[in-house]
Design a protein around this ligand. Structure first.
Ligand SMILES: [Zn+2]
Length: 63
C-alpha cells in the first residue's frame, strides 16, 4: 500500500520507480520517472495517503 507508484510531477506519468526509501528528509521517498527520466521526491505520510486539502483547523470559516 505504501509502495504505490507516485505520478511524476513533471510529465504526469505513473511509470515511476522508487529509488530510495529516504530522500533529503525522512518525509520523502526518492522517485525516478522512466518516461522523462527525472528524479523527484514524493512526500509520504506514514500509512495514510497524502492529502492535498487543508487540515480542518485551517478550513474553519472566519467569525
Ligand atoms: Zn516524468
Amino acid at each position: 500500500m505504501a509502495d504505490l507508484p507516485k505520478p511524476c510531477p513533471f510529465c504526469g506519468s505513473s511509470d515511476t520507480v522508487k529509488e530510495a526509501d529516504f530522500g533529503t528528509s525522512l518525509m520523502v521517498n526518492r522517485q525516478y520517472c522512466r518516461r522523462c527520466r527525472s528524479f523527484f521526491e514524493a512526500i509520504k505520510w506514514g500509512d495514510t495517503d497524502a492529502r492535498l486539502d487543508l487540515p480542518d483547523f485551517l478550513e474553519s470559516p472566519e467569525p
